[in-house]
Design a binder for this molecule. Sequence first.
Ligand code: TUI
Length: 296
Amino acid sequence: MAWVATAELAAAVSNAGGLGVIGAGHMPPDALQAEIRKVKALTNKVYGVNVMLMSPFVKEVMQVVIEEKVPVVTTGAGNPGEYIPALKAIGSKVIPVVASVALAKRLERTGVDALIAEGMESGGHVGEITTMALVPQIVDAVKIPVIAAGGIADSRGIIAAFALGAQAVQIGTRFVATKECIAHENYKQAILKAKDRSTVVTGVSTGHPVRVISNKLTREYLEREKNGATPEELEEMGAGKLRAAAREGDVERGSVMIGQIAGMIDCVSSVEEVIQEMVKGIPAVLSAIEQTCKEQ
Ligand code: TUI
Protein backbone atom coordinates (compact mmCIF):
# COMPACT_ATOMS: atom_id res chain seq x y z
CA MET A 1 0.00 0.00 0.00
CA ALA A 2 2.18 2.76 -1.36
CA TRP A 3 1.99 6.13 0.48
CA VAL A 4 -0.11 4.68 3.32
CA ALA A 5 1.73 1.59 4.57
CA THR A 6 4.68 3.47 6.07
CA ALA A 7 7.07 2.41 8.84
CA GLU A 8 4.59 3.75 11.44
CA LEU A 9 1.76 1.48 10.26
CA ALA A 10 4.01 -1.53 9.66
CA ALA A 11 5.56 -1.22 13.14
CA ALA A 12 2.14 -0.83 14.78
CA VAL A 13 0.88 -4.00 13.04
CA SER A 14 3.98 -6.00 13.99
CA ASN A 15 3.85 -4.72 17.58
CA ALA A 16 0.19 -5.75 17.82
CA GLY A 17 0.92 -9.35 16.76
CA GLY A 18 0.61 -9.16 12.99
CA LEU A 19 3.26 -8.92 10.30
CA GLY A 20 3.52 -5.27 9.31
CA VAL A 21 4.55 -4.57 5.73
CA ILE A 22 5.95 -1.33 4.30
CA GLY A 23 4.51 -0.62 0.85
CA ALA A 24 7.43 0.54 -1.30
CA GLY A 25 5.24 1.50 -4.29
CA HIS A 26 7.15 3.94 -6.46
CA MET A 27 9.45 5.01 -3.59
CA PRO A 28 13.00 5.93 -4.59
CA PRO A 29 15.58 3.59 -3.00
CA ASP A 30 16.92 6.12 -0.48
CA ALA A 31 13.42 6.88 0.79
CA LEU A 32 12.74 3.16 1.22
CA GLN A 33 16.01 2.72 3.08
CA ALA A 34 14.94 5.47 5.51
CA GLU A 35 11.55 3.73 6.04
CA ILE A 36 13.23 0.40 6.71
CA ARG A 37 15.55 1.97 9.25
CA LYS A 38 12.57 3.69 10.87
CA VAL A 39 10.63 0.42 11.19
CA LYS A 40 13.69 -1.24 12.73
CA ALA A 41 13.75 1.55 15.33
CA LEU A 42 10.01 1.27 16.06
CA THR A 43 9.76 -2.50 16.51
CA ASN A 44 11.96 -5.47 17.28
CA LYS A 45 9.36 -7.79 15.77
CA VAL A 46 9.46 -9.25 12.28
CA TYR A 47 8.33 -6.86 9.51
CA GLY A 48 8.19 -6.99 5.74
CA VAL A 49 8.50 -4.84 2.64
CA ASN A 50 6.23 -5.07 -0.38
CA VAL A 51 8.06 -4.38 -3.61
CA MET A 52 5.87 -3.11 -6.44
CA LEU A 53 7.42 -4.69 -9.50
CA MET A 54 6.21 -1.95 -11.87
CA SER A 55 8.22 0.68 -10.00
CA PRO A 56 10.78 2.47 -12.17
CA PHE A 57 13.22 1.90 -9.28
CA VAL A 58 12.53 -1.81 -8.83
CA LYS A 59 16.15 -2.96 -9.29
CA GLU A 60 17.57 -0.39 -6.86
CA VAL A 61 14.72 -1.04 -4.42
CA MET A 62 15.54 -4.77 -4.42
CA GLN A 63 19.17 -3.85 -3.77
CA VAL A 64 18.15 -1.83 -0.68
CA VAL A 65 15.94 -4.70 0.54
CA ILE A 66 18.91 -7.06 0.21
CA GLU A 67 21.39 -4.67 1.87
CA GLU A 68 19.01 -4.11 4.80
CA LYS A 69 18.36 -7.87 5.07
CA VAL A 70 14.60 -7.39 5.15
CA PRO A 71 13.21 -10.58 6.74
CA VAL A 72 10.01 -10.85 4.67
CA VAL A 73 9.60 -9.60 1.11
CA THR A 74 6.26 -9.61 -0.63
CA THR A 75 5.90 -8.54 -4.24
CA GLY A 76 3.02 -7.19 -6.28
CA ALA A 77 1.94 -6.29 -9.80
CA GLY A 78 4.14 -8.77 -11.67
CA ASN A 79 6.42 -11.80 -11.70
CA PRO A 80 9.34 -11.50 -9.22
CA GLY A 81 11.14 -14.61 -10.62
CA GLU A 82 14.46 -12.90 -11.45
CA TYR A 83 14.90 -11.51 -7.91
CA ILE A 84 14.14 -14.68 -5.96
CA PRO A 85 17.64 -16.24 -5.86
CA ALA A 86 19.21 -13.07 -4.38
CA LEU A 87 16.46 -12.71 -1.78
CA LYS A 88 16.69 -16.37 -0.78
CA ALA A 89 20.49 -16.05 -0.56
CA ILE A 90 20.20 -13.51 2.28
CA GLY A 91 17.58 -15.62 4.08
CA SER A 92 14.50 -13.49 3.35
CA LYS A 93 11.13 -15.17 3.24
CA VAL A 94 9.74 -14.42 -0.23
CA ILE A 95 5.98 -14.20 -0.60
CA PRO A 96 4.71 -12.98 -3.99
CA VAL A 97 1.18 -11.79 -4.60
CA VAL A 98 -0.44 -13.80 -7.36
CA ALA A 99 -3.76 -13.36 -9.10
CA SER A 100 -3.78 -16.62 -11.07
CA VAL A 101 -3.13 -20.35 -10.63
CA ALA A 102 -0.61 -20.36 -13.50
CA LEU A 103 1.70 -17.83 -11.84
CA ALA A 104 1.24 -19.55 -8.46
CA LYS A 105 2.51 -22.86 -9.89
CA ARG A 106 5.39 -21.20 -11.73
CA LEU A 107 6.56 -19.35 -8.62
CA GLU A 108 6.27 -22.39 -6.36
CA ARG A 109 8.91 -24.05 -8.55
CA THR A 110 11.33 -21.15 -7.94
CA GLY A 111 11.38 -21.88 -4.19
CA VAL A 112 9.22 -19.07 -2.79
CA ASP A 113 8.11 -19.59 0.80
CA ALA A 114 4.39 -18.85 0.46
CA LEU A 115 1.97 -17.09 -1.86
CA ILE A 116 -0.57 -14.35 -1.35
CA ALA A 117 -3.70 -15.13 -3.38
CA GLU A 118 -5.27 -11.73 -3.91
CA GLY A 119 -8.80 -11.44 -5.24
CA MET A 120 -10.18 -8.58 -7.29
CA GLU A 121 -12.08 -7.20 -4.29
CA SER A 122 -8.79 -5.60 -3.22
CA GLY A 123 -7.87 -1.98 -3.63
CA GLY A 124 -5.19 -0.84 -6.07
CA HIS A 125 -3.80 -3.06 -8.80
CA VAL A 126 -6.08 -6.09 -9.18
CA GLY A 127 -6.43 -9.31 -11.12
CA GLU A 128 -9.70 -10.66 -12.53
CA ILE A 129 -10.69 -13.42 -10.10
CA THR A 130 -12.49 -13.03 -6.79
CA THR A 131 -10.92 -14.15 -3.51
CA MET A 132 -13.67 -16.78 -3.11
CA ALA A 133 -12.77 -18.42 -6.44
CA LEU A 134 -9.01 -17.78 -6.44
CA VAL A 135 -7.96 -18.98 -2.98
CA PRO A 136 -9.22 -22.61 -3.14
CA GLN A 137 -7.91 -23.04 -6.68
CA ILE A 138 -4.43 -21.87 -5.65
CA VAL A 139 -4.57 -23.94 -2.43
CA ASP A 140 -5.28 -27.03 -4.56
CA ALA A 141 -2.54 -26.21 -7.06
CA VAL A 142 0.43 -25.71 -4.67
CA LYS A 143 1.95 -27.27 -1.55
CA ILE A 144 3.36 -24.10 0.04
CA PRO A 145 1.22 -21.98 2.41
CA VAL A 146 -1.34 -19.65 0.87
CA ILE A 147 -2.29 -16.29 2.37
CA ALA A 148 -5.69 -14.97 1.31
CA ALA A 149 -6.19 -11.30 0.44
CA GLY A 150 -9.01 -9.17 -0.88
CA GLY A 151 -12.26 -8.42 0.87
CA ILE A 152 -11.13 -9.41 4.37
CA ALA A 153 -11.68 -6.96 7.23
CA ASP A 154 -13.17 -8.86 10.18
CA SER A 155 -13.36 -12.23 11.95
CA ARG A 156 -15.87 -13.57 9.44
CA GLY A 157 -13.52 -12.84 6.55
CA ILE A 158 -10.64 -14.54 8.34
CA ILE A 159 -12.66 -17.70 9.02
CA ALA A 160 -13.96 -17.71 5.43
CA ALA A 161 -10.37 -17.51 4.16
CA PHE A 162 -9.34 -20.37 6.45
CA ALA A 163 -12.31 -22.41 5.25
CA LEU A 164 -11.00 -21.96 1.70
CA GLY A 165 -7.66 -23.44 2.76
CA ALA A 166 -5.65 -20.29 3.45
CA GLN A 167 -3.24 -20.39 6.38
CA ALA A 168 -3.19 -16.63 6.96
CA VAL A 169 -4.76 -13.45 5.66
CA GLN A 170 -3.43 -10.18 4.33
CA ILE A 171 -5.41 -7.14 5.33
CA GLY A 172 -5.11 -3.76 3.64
CA THR A 173 -8.08 -1.39 3.61
CA ARG A 174 -9.00 -2.00 7.28
CA PHE A 175 -5.55 -0.84 8.37
CA VAL A 176 -5.76 2.39 6.39
CA ALA A 177 -8.66 3.46 8.63
CA THR A 178 -6.51 3.38 11.75
CA LYS A 179 -5.01 6.05 13.98
CA GLU A 180 -1.48 4.91 13.22
CA CYS A 181 -1.88 5.15 9.43
CA ILE A 182 -0.48 8.46 8.16
CA ALA A 183 -3.00 8.65 5.27
CA HIS A 184 -4.75 12.03 5.03
CA GLU A 185 -7.91 12.35 7.15
CA ASN A 186 -9.98 12.78 3.95
CA TYR A 187 -8.71 9.40 2.69
CA LYS A 188 -9.79 7.71 5.92
CA GLN A 189 -13.16 9.49 5.80
CA ALA A 190 -13.61 8.25 2.22
CA ILE A 191 -13.28 4.69 3.55
CA LEU A 192 -15.87 5.34 6.27
CA LYS A 193 -18.27 6.90 3.76
CA ALA A 194 -17.82 4.14 1.18
CA LYS A 195 -20.67 1.72 0.49
CA ASP A 196 -20.52 -1.70 -1.17
CA ARG A 197 -20.65 -0.21 -4.69
CA SER A 198 -18.43 2.83 -4.12
CA THR A 199 -15.37 1.50 -5.95
CA VAL A 200 -14.72 1.06 -9.66
CA VAL A 201 -11.94 -0.55 -11.67
CA THR A 202 -10.12 1.79 -14.04
CA GLY A 203 -7.32 1.10 -16.49
CA VAL A 204 -8.48 -2.27 -17.85
CA SER A 205 -7.48 -1.09 -21.37
CA THR A 206 -3.93 -0.31 -20.18
CA GLY A 207 -3.43 -3.86 -18.90
CA HIS A 208 -3.08 -2.51 -15.35
CA PRO A 209 -6.54 -2.45 -13.78
CA VAL A 210 -6.76 -0.51 -10.53
CA ARG A 211 -9.63 -0.48 -7.99
CA VAL A 212 -10.35 2.98 -6.60
CA ILE A 213 -13.22 4.96 -5.12
CA SER A 214 -15.43 6.40 -7.82
CA ASN A 215 -14.89 10.19 -8.00
CA LYS A 216 -14.33 13.07 -10.44
CA LEU A 217 -11.00 11.55 -11.55
CA THR A 218 -12.40 8.09 -12.25
CA ARG A 219 -15.44 9.47 -14.13
CA GLU A 220 -13.16 11.45 -16.43
CA TYR A 221 -10.67 8.58 -16.70
CA LEU A 222 -13.33 5.98 -17.59
CA GLU A 223 -14.87 8.38 -20.14
CA ARG A 224 -11.46 8.91 -21.81
CA GLU A 225 -10.80 5.16 -21.64
CA LYS A 226 -14.16 4.46 -23.36
CA ASN A 227 -13.32 6.99 -26.06
CA GLY A 228 -10.10 5.22 -26.98
CA ALA A 229 -7.42 7.17 -25.12
CA THR A 230 -4.00 5.52 -25.47
CA PRO A 231 -2.42 3.69 -22.52
CA GLU A 232 0.23 6.45 -22.40
CA GLU A 233 -2.42 9.19 -22.11
CA LEU A 234 -4.18 7.23 -19.39
CA GLU A 235 -0.97 6.49 -17.46
CA GLU A 236 -0.22 10.21 -17.54
CA MET A 237 -3.67 10.99 -16.16
CA GLY A 238 -3.05 8.65 -13.23
CA ALA A 239 0.49 9.79 -12.43
CA GLY A 240 0.91 11.16 -8.92
CA LYS A 241 -2.79 10.74 -8.15
CA LEU A 242 -2.40 8.24 -5.30
CA ARG A 243 -0.07 10.64 -3.50
CA ALA A 244 -2.56 13.50 -4.10
CA ALA A 245 -5.31 11.51 -2.38
CA ALA A 246 -3.33 9.80 0.38
CA ARG A 247 -1.06 12.65 1.39
CA GLU A 248 -2.75 15.88 0.23
CA GLY A 249 -6.29 14.66 0.86
CA ASP A 250 -7.58 15.37 -2.66
CA VAL A 251 -10.14 12.57 -2.69
CA GLU A 252 -12.05 14.04 -5.66
CA ARG A 253 -9.20 14.47 -8.15
CA GLY A 254 -6.88 11.91 -6.59
CA SER A 255 -6.75 8.14 -6.74
CA VAL A 256 -8.34 6.64 -3.61
CA MET A 257 -7.21 3.01 -3.81
CA ILE A 258 -9.32 0.91 -1.45
CA GLY A 259 -10.98 -2.48 -1.51
CA GLN A 260 -14.68 -3.32 -1.83
CA ILE A 261 -14.82 -4.22 1.87
CA ALA A 262 -14.55 -0.49 2.71
CA GLY A 263 -18.37 -0.48 2.77
CA MET A 264 -18.21 -2.44 6.03
CA ILE A 265 -15.71 -0.17 7.79
CA ASP A 266 -17.35 2.50 9.93
CA CYS A 267 -14.74 3.74 12.40
CA VAL A 268 -11.12 4.75 12.69
CA SER A 269 -9.58 2.58 15.44
CA SER A 270 -6.09 1.84 16.65
CA VAL A 271 -4.23 -1.02 14.98
CA GLU A 272 -4.24 -2.89 18.29
CA GLU A 273 -8.05 -2.55 18.53
CA VAL A 274 -8.52 -3.76 14.96
CA ILE A 275 -6.39 -6.86 15.51
CA GLN A 276 -7.86 -7.63 18.95
CA GLU A 277 -11.41 -7.29 17.64
CA MET A 278 -10.69 -9.60 14.70
CA VAL A 279 -9.05 -12.25 16.87
CA LYS A 280 -11.54 -12.10 19.73
CA GLY A 281 -14.46 -12.37 17.30
CA ILE A 282 -13.30 -15.71 15.92
CA PRO A 283 -14.91 -18.08 18.51
CA ALA A 284 -18.34 -16.49 18.01
CA VAL A 285 -18.08 -16.96 14.25
CA LEU A 286 -17.05 -20.59 14.71
CA SER A 287 -19.97 -21.34 17.06
CA ALA A 288 -22.39 -19.67 14.65
CA ILE A 289 -21.06 -21.97 11.89
CA GLU A 290 -21.45 -25.00 14.15
CA GLN A 291 -25.00 -23.97 14.97
CA THR A 292 -25.86 -23.54 11.28
CA CYS A 293 -24.38 -26.95 10.48
CA LYS A 294 -26.41 -28.61 13.27
CA GLU A 295 -29.60 -27.11 11.90
CA GLN A 296 -29.04 -28.68 8.45
O1 TUI B 1 0.22 -4.69 -6.41
C1 TUI B 1 -0.82 -4.66 -5.77
N1 TUI B 1 -1.51 -3.52 -5.53
C2 TUI B 1 -1.16 -2.30 -6.03
S1 TUI B 1 0.22 -1.94 -6.93
C3 TUI B 1 -0.25 -0.39 -7.09
S2 TUI B 1 0.66 0.78 -7.97
C4 TUI B 1 0.13 0.55 -9.55
N2 TUI B 1 -0.43 1.59 -10.13
C5 TUI B 1 -0.85 1.50 -11.40
C6 TUI B 1 -0.74 0.32 -12.10
C7 TUI B 1 -0.21 -0.75 -11.50
C8 TUI B 1 0.25 -0.65 -10.21
C9 TUI B 1 -1.42 -0.18 -6.43
N3 TUI B 1 -1.90 -1.24 -5.85
N4 TUI B 1 -1.34 -5.78 -5.27
C10 TUI B 1 -0.73 -7.03 -5.53
C11 TUI B 1 -1.19 -7.60 -6.81
N5 TUI B 1 -0.41 -8.19 -7.66
N6 TUI B 1 -2.44 -7.64 -7.26
C12 TUI B 1 -2.44 -8.30 -8.44
C13 TUI B 1 -1.12 -8.63 -8.67
C14 TUI B 1 -0.57 -9.35 -9.78
C15 TUI B 1 -1.09 -9.26 -11.06
C16 TUI B 1 -0.48 -9.94 -12.09
C17 TUI B 1 0.57 -10.12 -9.55
C18 TUI B 1 1.16 -10.79 -10.57
C19 TUI B 1 0.64 -10.69 -11.82
O2 TUI B 1 1.28 -11.41 -12.75
C20 TUI B 1 1.47 -10.94 -14.02
C21 TUI B 1 2.26 -12.00 -14.75
O3 TUI B 1 3.40 -11.70 -15.11
O4 TUI B 1 1.71 -13.12 -14.88
